[in-house]
Design a protein around this ligand. Structure first.
Ligand code: NAP
Length: 280
């Protein structure tokens, strides 16, 4: 019997998840198929319980369902604190478990480039959904975090949420916030710069979240935007001799983590990377 997995979202046509997971299932000759379904937030509860009743193996969620999903799942500690779920697992015991693998995906993308985050100074540009998942995960892993956001109040709220949210897991996480226009002072001694905004994403491919002149050879620059694969920020960082990490790696690692949760099987990362690269 074929086990079905799916990603739910609206819109959903652009999702890379079906090609990535079907390539992995195919390479491991697992009797599984992965599909994409357009689901509105008001239908999410029915969709999740329907998938459970039909014996689906698991689900991914994308915009605009990640926050809404908390109402219908038993979230793990990090997903609960982030306030968003991107992976649902239907357990043999009948539970509907919720996880957020975006932060782990970002961490593994950096690890691929030999960059560890514990104790490192990491400047994250952005304070939206992706920045939030990364900030919680990285603060949990004891990184020193600076949030640089265009809208200062949103950055400050994220910092506050991380401090309160991690209170019982990590005493005094190192996290602060600045306006994007004040980033130069914090870039000077940072180890890692992460662009977690949509700046530079197709079709605005000429945009960059900060001046190239602020980048240095001993900085690791990670752009979570994956369309295009080589953003203007990454091209500029490469020219300045910095280590560069593409958002495609985060995309694949967040999917690989979901694959592990659902199947308990080690995912074929190279196959998944090639499938996504081909699609992009
Ligand atoms: P979001 O919640 O809408 O947040 C957008 C962020 O971008 C906010 O911090 C916003 O700042 C900032 N921003 C937007 N336009 C800007 C501009 N012109 N100048 C400066 N800052 C600007 O979006 P999200 O879900 O976090 O996604 C952000 C990006 O990450 C998207 O490109 C998405 O495709 C990508 N992403 C990649 C992965 C992956 O696996 N690689 C996973 C998730 C998301 P304000 O607060 O000031 O508005």
């Amino acid at each position: 019997m074929i086990k079905v997995f799916a990603v739910l979202g609206d819109p959903i046509g652009h999702s890379m998840s079906p090609v990535m997971h079907n390539a992995a299932f195919g390479a491991l000759v697992m009797p599984c198929r992965y599909h994409a379904f357009r689901v509105r937030p008001s239908d999410l509860g029915d969709a999740i319980h329907g998938a459970k009743a039909l014996g689906f193996g698991g689900l991914n969620l994308t915009i605009p369902l990640k926050e809404e999903a908390l109402k219908y799942v038993d979230p793990d500690p990090i997903a609960m604190r982030i306030g968003a779920v991107n992976t649902i697992d239907f357990t043999d015991a009948g539970e509907i478990k919720g996880y957020n693998t975006d932060g782990i995906g970002a961490m593994r993308a950096l690890e691929d480039a030999g960059v560890s985050i514990t104790g490192k100074k990491i400047v994250i540009i952005g304070a939206g959904g992706a920045a939030r998942a990364i900030a919680f995960q990285f603060a949990y892993e004891r990184a020193e975090i600076v949030i640089a956001n265009r809208t200062v109040a949103r950055g400050e709220k994220l910092v506050n949420d991380v401090r309160i949210g991690l209170e019982d897991l990590r005493k005094d996480p190192s996290i602060g916030s600045i306006g994007l226009d004040a980033i130069s002072g914090d870039i000077e001694d940072a180890d890692v710069l992460i662009n977690a905004t949509s700046v530079g994403m197709y079709p605005n491919v000429d945009a960059m979240p900060l001046s190239r002149d602020l980048l240095r050879p001993d900085l690791s620059v990670f752009d979570i935007v994956y369309n295009p694969l080589q953003t203007r920020l990454l091209a500029g960082a490469e020219q300045m001799g910095a280590t560069t990490i593409s958002g495609m790696r985060m995309l694949v690692h967040q999917g690989a983590e979901a694959f592990r949760i659902w199947t308990g099987v080690e995912p074929p990362l190279d196959v998944m990377l090639e499938a996504v690269r081909g699609e992009l």
